[in-house]
Design a protein around this ligand. Structure first.
Ligand code: PLZ
Length: 443
């Protein structure tokens, strides 16, 4: 981020402006339509809490490029580290001539992830690729095959992770057949579960499904997002995650936490499973790990990680030196700038404002989340019926008014907020003012 990037919302053209419109025309004739875009504007610069477009409009960023630029876009330490690395060398392939940065990232992950047991890490490029590798490792360790994922889960767009992802449109429809031996269990969803289904009861329900439909004897791994991302920022009821993790341990099943979206200070802990006191066997990270450079990882118990034979894990670019340099600078930034605590401050500010909004407007059916991973589930007034049309209208109105917000949820009715932790309170409040006005305008 250049020092000249002003930290304010400023619209100087209609949205989209003429240059963005021109680029969108080029996009339509050059890029496959399967690659969609949420906003109609093209970025040229970003940093702090702002994204600037080609027409000179500045947007408040409440999305962080889907929870990636947690330390801020072009965060100063990341820029310096990347510049230094790119001038030294760009790639040798860690599997050919290794380099220190990869090892240092593995050491940092082993130190930062929950549990003080002996750990190992392996690095990859995308979240989906890391999830796939976590499953490979669990299968190699247990010598079993089946995998359980949950309702509303999102784990990626590759063949195995499409099978693990719950939502058909847009992620799976027409792209089958999907990987076999993937089963789905019911989640704990406090807003939509019957009132008597607490965390323990939801865990019993899930475990019964798993035991009856799969059988522990066949099950290699249970994969779960401690707070679901694309599925709607669903925070399971207290006790749910520990009960599932305990059952896994008792049954020689690898408990894999997919913290691709929830990890790296996002939720007011370094990792979301820490809120529940859960120590996963394997933890999958990506997104926030490297300040915007493509990097992902699997970290876990040494004896499980080492179950895969030599050269059984890897990939040409996995743990690319530039991405590793960015990750080390990102971790340094989180620690030196107290960003875990910053995420907690953001939680207080956002929940307070959204709860006040909810008190006057029952279309905000549920306000939930942790840290800087906060959402509103939008319903039709007087009911709990999902209202995806209103959700899209609120998001679109916010976009036109200069605020980047995203939607999610199986029913498409969740407005989610993932601000960079580098955002100011002032911008955050202004962004929420815009969203509040959008609710009023859509009364
Ligand atoms: N696991 C929990 O959130 C990525 C994807 C959006 P990749 N989520 C955003 C989209 O439309 O593609 C994600 C996630 C969780 C895995 C992934 C996959 O990570 O880096 O996108 O492969």
């Amino acid at each position: 981020m250049s020092a000249s990037l002003e930290q304010r919302r400023n619209l100087v053209t209609a949205i989209p402006g003429p240059r963005s419109r021109e680029l969108m025309t080029r996009k339509k004739s050059a890029v496959a339509q399967g690659v969609g875009t949420t906003m109609p504007v093209f970025a040229v610069e970003a940093g702090g809490g702002v994204v600037k477009d080609v027409d000179g409009n500045s947007f408040i960023d409440l999305g962080s490029g889907i929870a990636v630029t947690t330390v801020g876009n072009s965060a100063p330490r990341v820029v310096d580290a990347v510049r230094e690395q790119v001038e030294a060398f760009t790639h040798t392939c860690f599997m050919i001539t290794p380099y220190e940065g990869y090892v240092a990232v593995a050491e940092a992950l082993n130190r930062l992830t929950p549990g003080d047991h002996d750990k190992r890490s392996a690095l990859f490029n995308s979240g989906a690729e890391a999830v796939e590798n976590a499953v490979k490792i669990a299968r190699a360790h247990t010598k079993k095959q089946a995998v359980v994922a949950f309702d509303h889960a999102y784990h990626g767009r590759t063949n195995l992770t499409m099978a693990m992802t719950a939502k058909s449109m847009p992620y799976k429809s027409g792209f089958g057949p999907f990987s076999p031996e993937v089963y789905r269990a019911p989640l704990s969803y406090p807003y939509r579960d019957e009132k008597n289904v607490d965390g323990a009861a939801a865990a019993r329900r899930a475990i019964t499904y798993i035991e009856k439909q799969v059988g522990a004897a066949n099950l290699a791994a249970v994969v779960i997002e401690p707070i679901q991302g694309e599925g709607g920022f669903i925070v399971p009821a207290e006790g749910f995650l520990p009960a599932i993790a305990e059952w896994c341990t008792a049954n020689n099943v690898v408990f894999i936490a997919d913290e691709v979206q929830s990890g790296f200070a996002r939720t007011g802990e370094m990792f979301a499973c820490e809120h529940d006191g859960v120590v996963p066997d394997l933890i999958v990270t990506a997104k926030g790990i490297a300040g915007g450079l493509p990097l992902s990882a699997v970290t876990g118990r040494a004896e499980m990680m080492d179950a895969a034979h030599v050269s059984g894990l890897g990939g040409t670019y996995g743990g690319n030196p530039i991405a590793c340099a960015a990750a080390l600078a990102t971790i340094e930034t989180i620690e030196a700038d107290g960003l875990v605590e910053r995420a907690r401050q953001i939680e207080r500010l956002m929940l307070d404002r959204l709860h006040r909004l909810q008190a006057d407007d029952d279309r905000l059916g549920d306000v939930r989340g942790r840290g800087a991973m906060i959402a509103v589930e939008i319903v039709k007034s007087g009911t709990d019926e999902p209202d995806p049309l209103l959700t899209n209208a609120i998001a679109a109105a916010s976009h036109l008014a200069g605020v980047i917000v995203l939607t999610c949820g199986t029913y498409g009715n969740v407005l989610r907020f993932l601000p960079p932790l580098a955002i100011s309170d002032e911008l955050l409040n202004e962004g929420l003012d815009v969203v509040a006005a959008a609710f009023k305008d859509n009364a």
